[in-house]
Design a protein around this ligand. Structure first.
Ligand code: M6R
Length: 614
């Protein structure tokens, strides 16, 4: 995720900005930059570089920037590849307005077209640059910077935290927050803005946290906060007690827990700009396949590893259901050596959080060698998977730091729902009304994910104590519930080191039922309407053998409570959207069990975040 730092005071700004950005490095980034108001030249200076902060520092070496005000940014690419040009800060045509931005401007294309028609020229592929040009437009109308900034922000749709400076008012920093975090650090004779607290902790522990829709004008001697209508806002100053390490995790004990809690936000970002606001249809501009080509697809092969493979298992149900294209899901490590029967009439979809997994890359090469088109779903812009594939849909989960994948999986699932609807629409099998019904449901997902966490986390902490000393845990489900069971069991295994196994519930009595004896935990996933009755019978089978059953069920499924030992409840949604919510309690259960067992949750033994070797 991108990082923002702004400084205004009496000290040299550039080293403070670089130091603040370094403290946000844990969030991940692919380029960085700063802009300072150079007192000597009375001008705004921008220095930026693709790559690590060390590259930026190298570019700054030997430059005498005398400045007490500036903005810095680390960029995690979304719109446009990682490059010097796409790195922030961005400026308007005249170079008088400079902005940094986190988040996504959903309507940037239409704004950009309008600005180009008004004579603006753009230097980057980013959504961010439109902000600087919009402000420039309003400045031309003789507004002061604060008014121009407010007017420009009013034109933006999407999520954003923005910092801005302007040549004509160099003694001020301007900022706004809308669905992307932004804080103000209060110093003595100096003040800061930042996207996250660690950036300012070396200088101050006094912090104000902006709410959505709040603007601030920061000078070295004070901060004025106002709401969307310009009314002044009085805000408490918080004293931060965490150390820098704790602050990176925003107060969570582990990155994994932080990332689980980030899922509502990550899902919202991934949906952003992909649902037409007027019609409710799915918009996937990143796919270059024509309708003709989509209609002609004879088969889809989904290829991935680990968690991404499990997302593919869900994707298979969605695509077969909505687009009626046969789908085969393969492990990349198997696919590459299987001499797969694929050809140019098919489509290969690869899924990879990191975009660097060696087996997945080999699978892309195998598909391309057989003239099969490749569509990638990945979280990392400019990654090898993205570069080698014909089309790419990015999940906008932000960097995932914990080895155990959580928000990458849920954003892969919503991407697959979007893709399945899109393919179904192009093949004439999904009506606009049906697409709208599903996308309306998708928009409810972030709120429902929040609810799943809030309603169940406390109980899950207690159930984790039950699992702590177990040797084996079984996960059962059918259809989409079975697909999610496979992800649930992997989570438990990889971070708590307890043996776990997922079973298609109907397979129990073909063997594994022999292991379901007194006290053995069985996690029963029972959200799919079509197979509910069948799974209930399987629950009865294991209960009859005195296994301890924790069910994950719909809120409306009252009968379940009387048939199992414990229940975790989920809001009612369309069957196809249940997996995205269903996985969350399994993530939390794995997390709290691992904590109970004293495991190193974020860095499980023997595992790496990105498997770049075979
Ligand atoms: O980066 P990728 O999505 O290609 O990684 C694939 C697997 O290594 C990964 O999903 C792994 O299984 C998870 N980290 C487990 O939580």
């Amino acid at each position: 995720m991108c990082g923002i730092v702004g400084y205004i005071g009496n000290r040299q700004a550039a080293p403070i900005l670089i130091d603040g950005l370094a403290r946000l490095e844990y969030r991940g980034y692919d380029s960085a930059g700063i802009a300072v108001f150079d007192d000597g030249r009375q001008d705004l200076e921008i220095v930026k570089a693709k790559g690590r902060l060390s590259e930026l520092s190298e570019r700054l070496n030997g430059r005498r920037l005398s400045s007490v005000v500036g903005l810095g940014h680390t960029r995690w690419a979304t719109h446009g590849r990682p490059s010097d040009a796409n790195a922030h800060p961005h400026c308007d045509c005249s170079g008088a307005v400079v902005v940094v931005h986190n988040g996504i401007i959903e309507n940037y294309l239409e704004l950009k077209e309008d600005l180009i028609a008004r004579g603006h020229s753009f230097r980057s592929e980013t959504d961010t640059e439109v902000i600087a040009h919009l402000i420039e437009e309003f400045l031309k109308e003789s507004y002061d910077m604060e008014t121009a900034f407010r007017r420009a922000v009013r034109r933006l749709q999407g999520s954003f935290a923005i910092g801005a400076i302007c040549k004509s008012e160099p003694e001020k920093l301007f900022a706004v927050r809308n669905e992307s975090p932004l804080i103000i650090g209060i110093g003595s004779g100096e003040n800061f803005i930042a996207s996250d607290i660690p950036a300012v902790l070396s200088y101050t522990r006094d912090v104000q946290i902006l709410n959505d829709g709040e603007f601030c004008v920061v000078t070295k001697s004070g901060v004025i906060i106002s709401d969307i209508d310009g009314a002044l806002v009085n805000k408490d100053v918080m004293k931060i007690q965490w150390d820098a390490k704790g602050a990176e995790k925003a107060g969570y004990p582990h990155f994994m827990l932080k990332e689980i809690h980030e899922q509502p936000r990550a899902v919202k970002d991934t949906l952003s700009g992909r649902i037409d606001r007027k019609t409710g249809d799915v918009v996937l501009n990143e796919i270059s396949l024509t309708d003709q080509q989509i209609k002609a697809i004879s088969k889809i092969n989904i290829v991935a590893c680990g968690t991404a493979y499990h997302a593919g298992l869900v994707g298979r149900h969605l695509i077969e259901n909505l687009a009626r294209i046969p789908v085969e899901v393969s492990l990349a490590s198997e696919f590459r050596y299987a001499d797969p029967m694929i050809d140019e009439s098919m489509l290969t979809i690869v899924i990879s959080q990191s975009g660097e997994t060696a087996d997945t890359l080999a699978a892309i090469r195998e598909a391309k060698a057989k003239a099969c088109r490749v569509l990638a779903i990945t979280n990392v812009v400019g990654s090898s998977v993205a570069r080698e594939s014909d089309d790419v849909i990015y999940t906008w989960a932000g960097p995932e730091i914990a080895v155990a994948s959580t928000k990458a999986y849920t954003t892969q699932l919503v991407t697959l729902v979007l893709l399945a609807i899109y393919l179904g629409r192009r093949r004439g099998l999904v009506s606009l009304e049906e697409a709208k019904r599903l996308t309306d449901e998708l928009q409810r997902l972030p709120g429902n994910l929040q609810k799943v966490i809030a309603d169940n986390e406390e109980n899950i902490r207690r159930y984790a104590k039950l699992l702590r000393d177990c040797e084996s845990v079984f996960y059962i489900g059918r259809g989409l519930d079975y697909a999610v069971s496979q992800e649930g069991q992997l989570k438990l295994k990889e971070i708590s080191y307890i043996h776990a196994e997922a079973l298609a519930a109907g397979e129990l009595k073909h063997g594994t039922l022999a292991l379901c004896v007194e006290g053995v935990p069985v996690i029963a996933l029972v959200t799919q309407k079509k197979t509910r009755e069948k799974t209930r019978s399987n629950i009865k089978e294991v209960k009859a053998r005195d296994a301890t059953v924790i069910a994950l069920a719909r809120e409306s499924d009252h009968e379940i409570a009387g048939e199992v030992d414990y229940v975790l409840w989920l809001p009612d949604m369309d069957d196809m959207l249940m997996p995205t919510m269903l996985v969350v309690p399994t993530q939390l259960l794995a997390y709290y069990t691992a904590v109970e067992r004293g495991c190193d949750v974020d860095k499980p033994r023997n595992l790496a975040k990105s498997v770049t070797v075979e």
